[in-house]
Design a protein around this ligand. Structure first.
Ligand SMILES: Cc1cc2nc3c(=O)[nH]c(=O)nc-3n(C[C@H](O)[C@H](O)[C@H](O)COP(=O)(O)OP(=O)(O)OC[C@H]3O[C@@H](n4cnc5c(N)ncnc54)[C@H](O)[C@@H]3O)c2cc1C
Length: 215
């Protein structure tokens, strides 16, 4: 008996359809996936693949700041079609823009030919709502010194992440600057931008931008 109409775009009949129990989500690896166009298999992993392409709403645009709020599955070209009305575009011009999603671009710090001039994805993301490995939802965004101290004092996974990053930068900041690629090499997505945090952000650079885990 046929129970389901297969409307997937994968051209393969699912052998089974399963629903995750929350305990499974907590114990199994989840790999987020946008368009899956990464060149190094970044969207392939163990456990379940979470396909974000259908979470693709453009949620709001703020003309005063030029900031737009989107779901992670929004495709770059669709975002630029929307922004064209306001005479704007999302700066990084990835060549896979007709399918690459904003979530995938953030995951890869995607660039493009003109990103040497206009900047990479990380320079154009103001804040991110994210789910941590324990299932908690957090916002990553620029923080004042007081807000950063409050985050560090939290007795949860989010607090642990802030403490760990600051600790690494305090201990190894100079060594990181020595060992990471030269700042002029902006197209890189391996590891985390610890060098950028140490060089360009407070408290390590007192004249720098407010601390943020977005980059
Ligand atoms: C022919 C070709 C040309 C390319 N040209 C360029 C180029 O000019 N510039 C460039 O930078 N790259 C380029 N790429 C690489 C790639 O297309 C881009 O990096 C693209 O932006 C990735 O988007 P995606 O939606 O396919 O991401 P995916 O491959 O689906 O995911 C990328 C990463 O982000 C993570 N991720 C995805 N969605 C989420 C989410 N919602 N939450 C958390 N993590 C998430 C994934 O786990 C993965 O680690 C090219 C690739 C190809 C095949």
């Amino acid at each position: 008996m046929k129970l389901f109409f297969d409307s997937s775009v994968f051209y393969a009949k699912p052998a089974d359809i399963s629903f995750f129990a929350w305990e499974k989500v907590n114990t199994e690896a989840l790999t987020p996936r946008g368009a899956g166009t990464s060149l190094g298999g970044q969207a392939i992993g163990e456990g379940a693949i979470v396909d974000f392409r259908h979470q693709n709403r453009i949620l709001g645009y703020e003309e005063a700041t030029g900031r737009v709020r989107v779901d992670p599955g929004v495709i770059q070209d669709d975002l630029n079609d929307f922004l064209r009305t306001y005479g704007r575009r999302f700066a990084p011009d990835t060549s896979t823009s007709n399918r690459a999603t904003i979530g995938g671009m953030i995951g890869n710090n995607s660039c493009g030919m003109y990103s040497c001039h206009w900047g990479t994805t990380r320079e154009h993301v103001h804040r991110i709502k994210a789910m941590l490995a324990d299932g908690s939802m957090v916002w990553f965004e620029p923080l004042s010194a007081e807000q950063l101290a409050t985050k560090c004092a939290q007795n949860d996974l989010e607090g642990q992440i802030y403490r760990m990053v600051l600790d690494i930068l305090e201990q190894y900041g100079e060594a990181i600057l020595d060992a990471y690629p030269h700042p002029s090499l902006i197209r890189r997505n391996t590891g985390y931008a610890l060098d950028v945090l140490y060089r360009d952000y407070q408290p390590f650079n007192p004249q720098g931008k407010p601390f943020s885990l977005v980059p």
